[in-house]
Design a binder for this molecule. Structure first.
Ligand code: ASP
Ligand code: CP
Length: 327
């Protein structure tokens, strides 16, 4: 009989396998997590931060290999997964230019992941189609980590966003979190809103009418009992927000360039505008920014977006250690 390697059942929610709840599991959507999982991930991320600050890198994942498979552009996600793996002593197969891989010859996603898992222990996948990571996970024996599936989700970004809020604000419950910009196509918003809905948070969604939350997500948040309101004007909520989560209008998702032009500059955060915000709030952005936050604001201590990127590496170190069974 040929030897068949299998993942632990990946259809159960994360916390359901008490013996090894994270080992070998895919990370496809934030919906697979419960609050207890978030606490575990953040406590490991916190330890990773301390270790990096103390020793820089260490050998927890020595000999393990990660494949970065990116069908869409990325700077942060790809670089931080690479840095995370290398700081843990592992190594990385980088496939960021899929047109130089056999994808250009017409190789399918299932075959591509089944190829890479012959060489790697975990695959990080970014793809333009919603559901692509779930499809890859149906074929792969090794864990698939969703690094963005079209307008679907970006779960590891949302985890690092929430970790940023915890580290900067001391917790999540009781806060007013305002999400601004492209709520329709922004996958980071789709994932973060779901995580925030697990907490006692007041969410304010600010967007032009064209870029409001997808109906299905609005219904899901309502069904989860989340507290939220939708607005078109930022000044209605600026002064009451603890966290301002600013996003880029996702140009690549628009079919009509004129529609993009009409909404692209709907909100711009600058020092003048931020005089109306709380002194103890933070401004976050998944980045890249293309004009939604003026560079002059970067020196303001409330500008948390560069710190947010750094937290991202610690969270990704924690996730890699957990799915590879070393945390
Ligand atoms: N980098 C994030 C993403 O890939 C946000 C963005 O591109 O605007 O979803
Ligand atoms: N935040 C984020 O996903 O950035 P990249 O698109 O550069 O990876």
């Amino acid at each position: 009989m040929p030897r068949v390697l299998r993942k632990p059942s990946r259809h159960l929610p994360f916390g359901d396998r008490r013996e090894t709840p994270y080992y070998g599991r895919d990370i496809l959507s934030v919906s697979q997590f419960r609050r207890a999982d978030l606490a575990t991930i953040f406590s490991v991320a916190h330890e990773m931060r301390e270790m990096v600050e103390r020793v820089g890198s260490f050998d927890l994942l020595k000999g393990k290999i990660l494949a970065n498979l990116f069908y869409e552009p990325s700077t942060r996600t790809m670089a931080s997964f690479t840095a995370a793996m290398e700081r843990l002593g592992g190594s990385v197969i980088p496939i960021s230019e899929v047109h130089y891989s056999s994808v250009a010859k017409g190789e399918s996603l299932p075959d591509t992941v089944r190829t890479l898992e012959c060489y790697a222990d975990v695959i990080v996948l970014r793809h333009p189609q919603i559901g692509a990571a779930a499809e890859a996970a149906r074929y792969a024996r090794k864990p698939i980590i969703n690094a963005g599936d079209g307008v679907g989700e970006h779960p590891t970004q949302a985890l690092l966003d929430l970790f940023t809020i915890v580290e900067e604000m001391g917790g999540v419950d009781g806060l007013t979190v305002t999400l601004i910009g492209d709520l329709r196509y922004g996958r980071t918003v789709h994932s973060l809103a779901r995580l925030l809905a697990m907490h006692d948070v007041s969410m304010r969604f600010v967007s032009p009418p064209l870029l409001r939350l997808p109906d299905a997500l609005r219904d899901e948040l309502r069904a989860a009992g989340a507290k939220f309101q939708e607005h078109e004007k930022l000044d209605e909520v600026l002064g009451l927000s603890d966290v301002l989560y600013v996003t880029r209008v996702q140009k690549e998702r628009f079919e009509d360039p004129a529609a993009y032009e009409a909404v692209k500059d709907s909100y711009v955060i600058d020092s003048e505008l931020m005089r109306g915000a709380r002194n103890d709030c933070i401004v976050m952005h998944p980045l890249p920014r293309v004009g939604e936050i003026a560079m002059e604001f970067d020196a303001d201590p409330r500008a948390a977006y560069f710190r947010q990127m750094e937290y991202g590496m610690f969270v990704r170190m924690a996730l890699l250690a957990l799915v590879l069974g070393k945390a």
